[in-house]
Ligand binder design. Sequence first.
Ligand SMILES: [Zn+2]
Length: 207
Amino acid sequence: MSGVSEFEQRVAELIEAGRTLYRLGMVPATSGNLSARLTDGCLAITVSGRHKGRLTADDIMLIDAAGHSLDGRRPSAETGLHLQIYRRFPDAGAVLHPHSVNATLLSRGRRAPLVLTDYELLKAFPGVDTHAFALTVPVFANCQDIPALAAEVDDWMMRHQGPVHGYLIGGHGFYTWGATVDDALRHVEAFEFLFDCELRTGGMSRL
Ligand SMILES: [Zn+2]
């Protein structure tokens, strides 16, 4: 036995993920938030307003499955969006929310869902084994009312036929998730690459 608790392991992974996302320029100026689910359903999540490139164990707190703080600190302002994903996807073990330039530009002023197809990298997502797959990425209007936004996201997911691995928020960033922090990071990298391709090939003109 290493003596390291499950919470401490997830904290270490989230710290490392924050550094990776910051190196990639995807969580500037204290933006973004990161979380991981423990086997008892509680979440390790970044404390509101912390710099994701310089996280320490003190910057990651524990909340219960309903979002209540278990240590008196205030979790990320967007905690409700993390909770919606964990409720909707029982297999989700980590949720990452970057504010990348590509996601921000691609989603700004856009309402039509993005449909990604004919990209080899689509195979980075679970259940996708061909470039011909069409992956829909919905775009939601940015909103400071997180419960309302979470309800809108959940409603879309409930009605959508087919897999969903992430969504964009207009002029803001994107959310993606995975079974582990590593899986979620792989999805961040894949989405970022695909968003970059879409922007460069005139994705904006297809609004
Ligand atoms: Zn955000």
